[in-house]
Write a protein that binds this ligand. Structure first.
Ligand SMILES: Nc1ncnc2c1ncn2[C@@H]1O[C@H](COP(=O)(O)OP(=O)(O)OP(=O)(O)O)[C@@H](O)[C@H]1O
Ligand SMILES: [Mg+2]
Length: 450
């Protein structure tokens, strides 16, 4: 049997190319550089290494190609770049994930960020992998235990589902993602931290996710100060790592925080490449970039596992119509909206249930469970429509039985939405039924059950 350690060493050596094409910088412009000598060998999206005077070599990506010149977007600052500097063609963006990456924090190039050496895997896979053929893909799988009462019952998450988490800044997206990272039943959790503030990455890993969450997680991080190329690549790298484990038959939970930063990184790159901005400055190619990323998640085919994915989206105010949110809603199987007003009164996760849906329903629940779910929505909706009147003291108890039931259930349901005990789905449904019980009567009245 071959020695696994030797195999990895051999893979490292095999990755070293014996010969390279080298071009020269001929123009350093606004945001991009022009290089001669690579026009006939470079391909769109290829990686290059640029030698800088007295400084470490930096990477870049091929943006545009002409017969004699290629336009390159460097990864970092332009300081030290000179006319005539050597530009070495590295080739297509690839990554070779390895099982030993579990518990590790890496950058979008697959380099360790936690200070320990890392091994590349035996097989490289493209960063921009292809989604699975839709005709071969399985349908959505069974309901997952999530550790959160609301996702166990009212907003079920099923294997292979892709959902969006929409919220303004500071409303609790990252904290909720970390809870899902710890609670959802999956073999591996891959977390993409795209464009986060530097201090947040460490805080997320150590305080929010914790050693318990890290035990089955791979974190890929690119902070907000890094180049748009790295931030965009962060989404792709995380997806490639998730695909690596999915192809081994594992069930992977992918959490991306946030797709808005991924789209913004793409906007910077596309504008540098000369593409015009359209809606709110986002170039037309943004929709394609987001949808191809999301389509790579989902149920697998054949013997492969599944990628269940949660993508967080930053929405200014509650503007669900803004471009990134709008594009995402069209490709996902559900969306969860977090509301600032709910967060401000201290109820976390601040899920606005009436504006959130899981398209796994009604299939993901049995008949009795679906009855409970619609009853809970009905009570919350009834209360929501009359809340102003109730708070102003204009409603007299006894005038409307439906509203009376909603008023009685509301505090219990509100507390239920915040529950994150490590309970299973059956226990969560039992507690939901208890929240709906009014004056010792049945959980669901006749009008709600229909
Ligand atoms: N479950 C929770 N329990 C208590 N407080 C919470 C909870 N979730 C969020 N918070 C509060 O909300 C703050 C912001 O949370 P978080 O960082 O998760 O939001 P975010 O939406 O990811 O923010 P940003 O847009 O800045 O990334 C936290 O610092 C904390 O004070
Ligand atoms: Mg956050």
């Amino acid at each position: 049997m071959p020695d696994v350690g030797f195999d990895k060493l051999a893979a490292e050596i095999a990755a070293i190319a014996p010969a390279h094409h080298v071009g020269r910088v001929v123009r350093i412009g606004r945001g991009t550089i022009e290089v001669t000598g690579l026009g006939r060998v470079a391909a769109q999206g290829d990686l290059v290494e640029i030698a800088a005077n007295g400084q470490a070599t930096r990477r870049g990506e091929v943006l545009n190609l002409a017969r004699d010149e290629v336009t390159i977007l460097p990864d970092g600052a332009f300081e030290g770049l000179q006319i005539g500097a050597a530009v070495t063609l590295v080739g297509t963006s690839q990554i070779a994930p390895d099982d030993s990456w579990i518990g590790r924090v890496i950058d979008p190039m697959g380099k360790p960020l936690d200070g320990w050496p890392i091994f590349r895997g035996l097989a490289a896979r493209p960063l921009r992998g292809q989604p699975i053929n839709p005709t071969q893909r399985r349908v959505l799988g069974p309901r997952l235990e999530t550790g959160l009462a609301v996702f166990n019952t009212l907003l079920p998450l099923v294997r292979g589902q892709r959902i969006g988490l929409f919220a303004g800044s500071g409303v609790g997206k990252s904290t909720l993602l970390a809870k899902l990272a710890r609670g959802v039943h999956a073999d591996i959790v891959v977390i993409a931290l795209i464009g986060e503030r530097g201090r947040e990455v460490r805080e997320f890993i150590e305080r929010v996710l914790g050693a318990d969450g890290m035990r089955r997680a791979v974190v890929v991080a690119a902070t907000s100060d890094q180049s748009p190329l790295l931030r965009r690549r962060c989404g792709w790298t995380a997806m490639a790592v998730a695909e690596h484990f999915r192809d081994q038959g594992k069930h992977v939970l992918l959490l991306a925080d946030s797709v808005t930063r991924f789209a913004e990184a793409h906007r910077e790159i596309a504008l540098a490449a000369g593409e015009g901005g359209a809606l709110r400055g986002f170039p037309p190619s943004t929709a394609h970039q987001i949808t191809t990323l999301c389509e790579r998640a989902g149920p697998g085919a054949g013997t492969a596992g599944d990628i269940t994915a949660v993508f967080s989206v930053l929405v200014a105010g509650s503007d669900m119509e803004e471009p990134v949110a709008d594009i995402l809603r069209g490709v996902l199987d559900g969306h969860v909206v977090l509301d600032r007003k709910i967060a401000e009164r201290g109820r976390f996760p601040a899920i606005d249930l009436l504006r959130s849906i899981s398209r796994a329903l009604p299939g993901a629940a049995n008949e009795a469970e679906n009855t409970l779910i619609s009853a809970a929505r009905h009570r919350l909706g009834t209360y929501d429509r009359s809340e102003m009147m109730i708070k102003a003291g204009l409603y007299a108890k006894g005038s409307d039985a439906d509203l009376d039931a909603a008023i009685e259930s509301w505090p219990k349901l509100d507390a239920f939405l915040a529950e994150d005990e490590w309970d299973n789905t059956a226990a969560s449904f039992r507690r939901l039924a208890a929240c709906l019980r009014v004056d010792g009567g049945d959980a669901v009245s006749g009008s709600e059950a229909t």
